[in-house]
Design a protein around this ligand. Structure first.
Ligand code: C5P
Length: 238
């Protein structure tokens, strides 16, 4: 597989609804990175399972993942709690993780030229998908805060759920994601812990930005490559 050189790679792992997606998107926008919420791929497969139960077999999944477009992952239907719970069940299957693996690797190491790099968030990104990432973060928050955020998000989407249902489902998902045998969620030693319980979006963003900027300045090579790709972007967008 083709791997682009001198790109910035950011890997984020986090439990459900910890705010990783919001931060990942903001950071990617700021540093011009190709962003992927990998949970959406598992959600996409869960969606296929629930909507096409008769066709749902390995060949069907492989074909769908081979033709998967980023825009397919922005389908609002993927956001429901039901799909999230199903995603956490199917994501335990080794064969499914294998199918999803190459999509993620290609995304991380070969982002389109107009991007300065990539940013992926999920459960096994820091140690399985992008183990050589330039920046690794483990983003978390206490479970009640996460449930409340997810509850508000689902309410915003006009879903009929109660806070307690969401809390129960997040706890169940945590249990499964942390304890499964294959690719469990964990904080690796080389990941920076960011607890977002008492942080709003902008303070969270600034916290990560400070860490990233500091390393980009210390590491001259990385900074040079980043600057040159940034100026390329500026030129092409003029
Ligand atoms: O991040 P999100 O909550 O959308 O992920 C849905 C489910 O997909 C998770 O609960 C987890 O079981 C699974 N997942 C995974 N590996 C990833 C990302 C998500 O197993 N890299």
């Amino acid at each position: 597989m083709l791997k682009r050189k001198n790109i910035i790679k950011i890997a984020i792992d986090s439990p459900a609804a910890a705010g990783a997606g919001t931060i990942g998107k903001a950071i990617s926008k700021h540093y011009n990175l190709f962003y992927l919420d990998t949970g959406k791929i598992y959600r996409f497969i869960a969606f296929l399972k629930l909507n096409y139960p008769k066709k749902f077999n390995l060949k069907f999944i492989k074909d769908k993942i081979r033709n998967l477009q980023i825009k397919d992952l922005s389908n609002k239907k993927l956001l429901s709690d039901e799909i999230g719970s199903e995603a956490s069940i199917i994501s335990k299957k080794k064969i499914l993780r294998k199918i999803v693996y190459s999509f993620q690797i290609n995304f991380a190491y070969n982002p389109p030229k107009k991007y300065s790099g990539s940013c992926l968030d999920g459960r096994d990104i820091t140690y399985n998908i992008v183990p050589d990432a330039d920046f690794k973060f483990y983003i978390t928050a206490n479970v009640k805060t996460r449930a409340l955020r997810r509850f508000k998000e689902l309410k915003g989407l006009k879903k009929k759920v109660t806070y307690l249902e969401v809390l129960k489902s997040i706890k169940k998902r945590d249990k499964s994601d942390f304890n499964r045998k294959i690719a469990p969620l964990k904080k690796t030693r080389d990941s920076l812990l960011i607890n977002t319980t008492n942080l709003n979006k902008s303070s969270c963003f600034l916290k990560l930005k400070k860490i990233i900027d500091r390393k980009l300045i210390i590491n001259g090579n990385l900074q040079r490559s980043f600057k040159s790709s940034q100026s390329r972007v500026r030129k092409t967008t003029k």
